[in-house]
Ligand binder design. Structure first.
Ligand code: ADP
Ligand code: DAR
Length: 338
């Protein structure tokens, strides 16, 4: 493979002429063809993945392509069996930053899609509004630390929306990658955010997936954030039927969010370590991703980075939170040495 081919979006790199012939004429029950699946990667050649699923069926109908992408991104085999572990009683982890000097905040989120609807790239406006209604009904039954209020993006004034985005609580309109995939259609109709008064528990409705279930708070108490999220997932799973398969776990629009569909992140100050030449390699070795502090494709500010687990599939929720915990413990140690 040439150096140029290596830099292509995975969806383009692995969509050989043989596969194009194999997929010709095929479409999912929601009318998605292989061209629809890879449109984002074709229109955005700087995509890392460049493919979005329209529904659960996409992962079966176009499996020869998705298998390659999934194997490269998650290191997960095409015959793998995903196991979930939403328990919290086995986890032994203390607060890595009890004096709040280095970890600004911790956020753990999962993506979920309702089994009976097309995913964001293919869903109709009516169905997106039905998803919104079904999820709000389930959320309104939540009690205790999860009790909150739903705010529709259609009714939200711009000043409030911008503040919620700036404060890292609310999602922005999808970037060009999501635009090409068709995820932004009818924006902002059928979309909104549910949150508790203290904003430690939030649910996005109809961003990139039907739900993003989020637990977050200032500081580094990863275990407390994880326990709140597990409580929410275990409660919501009793009310909503999520798209799931034994092979791929929770099914998501983007193949990077399969399996646990979990991204566990901290916003952490690493002003010295981040300037060393080995910072990226160290995070890679620790199976950690580096992002800026205002979401994907944003920049870090003031030496603060969004560090999170990279692998989401073929590992359990307990594994994910330990990858973050052990990785952050190591990064804090390396920063202290400098
Ligand atoms: P995701 O795909 O997990 O939703 P993004 O990178 O798009 O992630 O981030 C979504 C929003 O969540 C952004 O506003 C980002 O700043 C915020 N965010 C992510 N991780 C943290 C964190 N550990 N602390 C505070 N805000 C966070
Ligand atoms: N930029 C797209 C998305 C990759 C993962 N991020 C998601 N799903 N938000 C790409 O293919 O590079």
């Amino acid at each position: 493979m040439t150096e140029i081919e290596k830099k292509l979006p995975m969806s383009i790199k692995y969509l050989t002429d043989d596969l194009k012939n194999e997929f010709a004429g095929k479409k999912t029950q929601n009318g998605f063809t292989i061209d629809d699946v890879v449109r984002s990667g074709v229109e955005n050649s700087d995509s890392s993945i460049g493919a979005y699923a329209a529904d659960a069926e996409s992962y079966q109908l176009f499996a020869p392509l998705f298998d390659k992408i999934i194997e490269e991104y998650h290191g997960y085999p095409k015959d793998g069996i995903h196991t979930s572990d939403l328990s919290t009683d086995k986890l032994l982890m203390d607060n890595l930053d009890p004096t709040d000097d280095i970890i600004n905040s911790t956020r753990i989120r999962v993506g979920r899609n309702l089994a009976s609807y097309a995913f964001a790239a293919a869903i109709s406006l009516d169905d997106r509004q039905s998803v919104e209604k079904e999820v709000i009904s389930a959320l309104n039954d939540l009690t205790g630390e999860l009790q909150g209020t739903y705010y529709s993006l259609e009714d939200m004034d711009e000043k409030t929306r911008l503040k919620l985005v700036a404060d890292h609580f609310l999602f922005k309109k999808g970037d060009r990658f999501l635009e090409s995939a068709g995820v932004n259609r009818d924006w902002p109709r059928g979309r909104g955010i549910f949150c508790t008064d203290n904003k430690r528990f939030l649910v996005w409705i109809n961003e990139e997936d039907h739900l993003r279930i989020i637990s977050m708070q200032n500081g580094g108490d990863i275990l407390m954030v994880f326990k709140r999220l597990m409580n929410a997932i275990n409660t919501l799973e009793k009310k909503l039927q999520f798209a799931y398969s034994g092979h791929l776990g929770n099914l998501s629009s983007c193949p990077t969010n399969l399996g646990t569909a979990m991204r566990a992140s901290v916003h952490i100050k690493l002003p010295k370590l981040s300037k060393t030449p080995s910072f990226k390699d160290l995070c890679n070795d620790l199976k950690l991703s580096i992002r800026g502090i205002h979401g994907e494709h944003s920049e870090s500010e003031g030496g603060v980075y969004d560090i999170s687990n990279k692998q989401r599939l073929g590992v359990s929720e307990n594994d994910v939170v330990y990858v973050l915990y052990n990785g952050i413990k190591r990064l804090i140690g390396e920063e202290a040495k400098l």
